[in-house]
Design a protein around this ligand. Structure first.
Ligand code: NAD
Length: 485
């Protein structure tokens, strides 16, 4: 852990083995902190915010430091990518792409640090001056998940530091390795001590302490919906600012007039990328009835050819699931789907390949004959499982797509732009892709409607999350008002 500029073990001396999901070998031993370590990190961040010059440093100087972290990530990109693949099982090509995106996030927010100079507004009061300025919120707790360990951390660390906050980061206890490495780069970049702190450990102790502690002013969380609700309740104790990036059950809508081959290809990518362990996975395919049979046939044929394997093998197209527990959860959902009457058209089991028996692999799975009332359609499986429903009109497509508690993202495929815009305007989701699925980048906001979350990361909204807005009003000609005689 990295607390107040020092590398340290847990005060209790506890450790945790970090396991490679491809073959279950132990690849590292991490400190296993608890509430006590978390309180020490919060204390360091509090002092650095209240008593050091960090939060009032000229914004361009803070920006340069954040930018420098991005440069160092670029320098170490290959090493970081390999570490991410060891830790998550994802293909090394995916990890390299993640690292390039992560470096860009630091470069983007480093550049954005000094771009908001505040506003002087026309005051309705005579002889007065009004300024509206943004200031850092204070101490920020940042809790991240295991599917995109460093990417999700970068979306939080870069804007928080650029805005002048101090931070305590808690990565998922099962995938901490790249976040630890980036803290080495944060140290190398010269971020002052106490400004950026890292605690490792389980959510129930370290994460819970961050959520409940009164010295934390903002909690930013990416993870599951139930954990998000718990954090929200804990945050209410001192009315913390909250930012939540939760799950999704994202529709991918394909109209009959879409480019067939492209839509099939991208539907596979939408759901099976990173073994479906993506918050924005296109796990609900809504396909126009007239092309359903041909579309499913093509999809099943392509799905059966997906090559599972070692993330370091350049031929591998998809790695394992993250853990035995998570695979068991996916298997449970497949059982539920079958009991509900959905028809298994592909997958539905672990692979037979003897080489994959030590990893947490599961075959890409497709359910047809699905209806909106099924749990397999409504609940986030967070694995390689696709459900297929049909629709007959654009109105019905929108209705089915929005029939969910989630509202993270959705895609629509058609060559009719008016139809695409009709659908895009009506989807209650934070991101809508037209004739594409999955693109995101530092310049555009990311976040969910409905129970997919609160707030936005990335874009200028992503740095605004980490600011408080202050109105400074100055009366230029003060005089008595004689309200009280
Ligand atoms: P999770 O909720 O189990 O854990 C996420 C983090 O919260 C971990 O660091 C964990 O230790 C911590 N945590 C657990 N219990 C806690 C508690 N009581 N108090 C405080 N912290 C606690 O989620 P996960 O399984 O790691 O990640 C998968 C979930 O993340 C999926 O639901 C996925 O959709 C979501 N996700 C969302 C986005 C997005 O941008 N919206 C991105 C990635 C992942």
């Amino acid at each position: 852990m990295f607390i107040n500029g020092e590398w340290m073990n847990a005060q209790s001396g506890e450790t945790r083995d970090i396991v490679n999901p491809y073959n279950q070998t132990v690849i590292a031993t991490a400190a296993e902190g608890n509430e006590k370590d978390t309180r020490a990190a919060i204390q360091a961040a509090r002092l650095a915010f209240d008593e050091s010059s960090w939060s009032v440093l000229p914004a361009n100087e803070r920006g340069e430091l954040v930018y420098q972290i991005g440069t160092l990530i670029r320098r170490d990109l290959q090493k970081l990518a390999e570490l991410e693949t060891w830790d998550t099982g994802k293909t090394v090509q995916e990890s390299r792409d993640d690292m390039a995106d992560i470096a860009n996030v630091f470069l983007y927010f480093g550049g954005l640090a000094d771009k908001d100079g505040g506003d002087v507004i026309q005051s309705p009061m005579p002889a007065a001056e009004s300024k509206v300025v943004r200031e850092p919120v204070g101490v920020c707790g940042q809790i991240t998940p295991w599917n995109y360990p460093l990417l999700q951390a970068a979306w939080k660390i870069a804007p928080a530091l650029a805005a002048g906050n101090t931070i305590v980061v808690k990565p998922s206890e099962i995938t901490p390795l790249t976040t630890v490495k980036v803290f080495e780069l944060i140290e190398e970049a010269g971020i002052p001590k106490g400004v950026a702190n890292l605690v490792l450990g389980p959510g129930a102790s370290t994460g819970a302490e961050l959520s409940v502690n009164h010295d934390v002013d903002l909690i930013s969380f990416t993870g599951g919906i139930e954990t998000g609700k718990t954090i929200m309740r804990s945050a209410s104790h001192n009315v913390k600012n909250i930012a939540l990036e939760l799950g999704g059950k994202n529709p991918n809508i394909v109209f009959a007039d879409a480019d067939f081959t492209t839509a099939v290809d991208q539907a596979l990518n939408a759901v099976f990328f990173h073994a479906g362990q993506v918050c924005s996975a296109g796990a609900r395919l809504l396909v126009e009835e007239s092309i359903h049979d041909a579309f499913v046939e093509a999809l099943v044929e392509r799905t059966k050819r997906i090559k599972l394997g070692d993330g370091f093998d350049e031929n591998t197209q998809s790695g394992p699931m993250i853990s035995a527990e998570h695979r068991a959860k996916v298997e449970h959902y497949v059982e539920i789907g079958q009991k509900e009457g959905a028809v298994l058209a592909a997958g539905g089991q672990r692979p037979d390949d003897p080489e994959l028996q030590h990893g947490f692999f599961y075959l890409p799975t497709i359910f047809t004959n699905c209806t909106s009332d099924m749990r397999i359609v409504q609940e986030e499986v967070f694995g390689p499982v696709l459900t297929v429903e049909t629709f007959q009109s654009k109105e019905e497509a929108v209705k089915l797509a929005n029939d969910t508690i989630y509202g993270l993202a959705g895609g629509v495929w058609t060559q009719d732009l008016d139809k695409a815009e009709f659908v895009a305007a009506r989807l209650r989701m934070g991101t809508v892709w037209i004739n594409d699925f999955h693109p995101y980048f530092a310049q555009a906001p990311w976040g969910g409607y409905k129970q997919s979350g609160i707030g936005r990361e990335l874009g200028h909204e992503g740095i605004e999350e980490y600011t408080e807005v202050k109105h400074i009003y100055r009366n230029k000609q003060p005089e008595p008002i004689h309200w009280f005689q």
